[in-house]
Design a binder for this molecule. Structure first.
Ligand code: 13P
Length: 248
C-alpha cells in the first residue's frame, strides 16, 4: 500500500518572515500521520521553514536544484546545500521551469540523477499543454518526459521517486482535470514505469496529480487507484491546505 504524499508548491510566494507565519498557521492543520506532508518552498525560505517545522510532521522540499555538485554557477543551489539545510524532497522539471527557464527533459534527467546521488527524493513533474491534449498526443508526450527523465535511474531509485502529473492547462487556472482524466494519465504513467522497469517498481512509485487541487476536489482525486496524493500550488498557501491533507 503506497503512502499518500501531499505536497505544497509555494512557487515564488512568501518572504522568509511570511513563510514562518504560514508554517505556524498550518502546523496544527496538517497533522495527519497517514500522509507524507511536504512543503516545497523558495530557496531563501528553506532554513527558516525547516526551523519553524521542527517537531511537526512537515517535511521540507526545494522547488529546484542544479545538477552539479559545486562550482562557478552563479545563482544556483547545489544538492549538498539542500541536504545540509535539512531538505528531503526536491521538485524537478516543473512546467513553469520548463517554460520560463529553458529546462528540458535532458536537464531534468541530470537533476534526477544528482538528486538520487545525494539521497534527495525527486518530485518529477510532467504534463501536457491544452494543444497537445486536443491533438490526442497527451500520453505520447508524457511517456517521453518520463522515459527521458528516468534515463539511467535504477529501479531501486525509481521506487522511491515521486512523479507529479500536472496538465499545464489546469495549473493556476481553476480548471482541475476531471477525476477520470487525472486517473487515466496517472495509470498510463504507472504502465510506462512498468515497461521501463518492472511491475514491482511501478507498484512502489508514487504518482501525484497537480493542477488547481482544492479542498473540494482532493477527496475524489486522491481516492483513485493510481493517484497517490497531490502537488498543490495556490491552495497550499491557505488554511485550506489542512483540509486537503485531511481529505478523508
Ligand atoms: P495550482 O494548484 O495553483 O493550480 O498549481 C499547481 C502546481 O503547479 C503545483 O506545482
Amino acid at each position: 500500500m503506497r503512502k499518500k504524499v501531499i505536497a505544497g508548491n509555494w512557487k515564488m510566494n512568501m518572504t522568509p518572515s511570511e513563510a514562518v507565519e504560514l508554517v505556524d498557521t498550518l502546523k496544527p492543520l496538517v497533522d495527519n500521520p497517514e500522509v507524507d506532508v511536504v512543503f516545497c518552498v523558495p530557496a531563501i525560505d528553506i532554513i527558516p521553514v525547516v526551523e519553524a517545522a521542527k517537531g511537526s510532521n512537515i517535511q521540507v522540499g526545494a522547488e529546484n536544484m542544479y545538477f552539479e555538485d559545486k562550482g562557478a554557477y552563479t545563482g544556483e543551489i547545489s544538492p549538498a546545500m539542500l541536504t545540509d539545510a535539512g531538505i528531503k524532497y526536491v521538485v524537478l522539471g516543473h512546467s513553469e521551469r520548463r517554460e520560463y527557464f529553458a529546462e528540458t527533459d535532458e536537464t531534468v534527467n541530470k537533476k534526477m540523477l544528482k538528486a538520487f546521488e545525494h539521497g534527495l527524493t525527486p518530485i518529477m513533474c510532467c504534463g501536457e499543454t491544452l494543444e497537445q491534449r486536443e491533438q490526442g498526443v497527451t500520453m505520447d508526450f508524457i511517456r517521453q518526459q518520463v522515459k527521458i527523465g528516468f534515463q539511467n535511474v535504477t529501479a531501486e531509485q525509481a521506487k522511491t521517486a515521486v512523479i507529479a502529473y500536472e496538465p499545464i492547462w489546469a495549473i493556476g487556472t481553476g480548471k482541475t482535470a476531471t477525476t477520470e482524466q487525472a486517473q487515466e494519465v496517472c495509470k498510463g504513467i504507472r504502465a510506462c514505469i512498468a515497461e521501463v522497469y518492472d511491475e514491482a517498481t511501478a507498484e512502489a512509485i508514487r504518482i501525484q496529480y497537480g493542477g488547481s487541487v482544492n479542498a473540494e476536489t482532493a477527496p475524489e482525486l486522491f481516492a483513485q487507484p493510481d493517484i497517490d496524493g497531490g502537488l498543490v500550488g495556490g491552495a497550499s498557501l491557505k488554511p485550506d491546505f489542512g483540509k486537503i491533507v485531511n481529505y478523508k
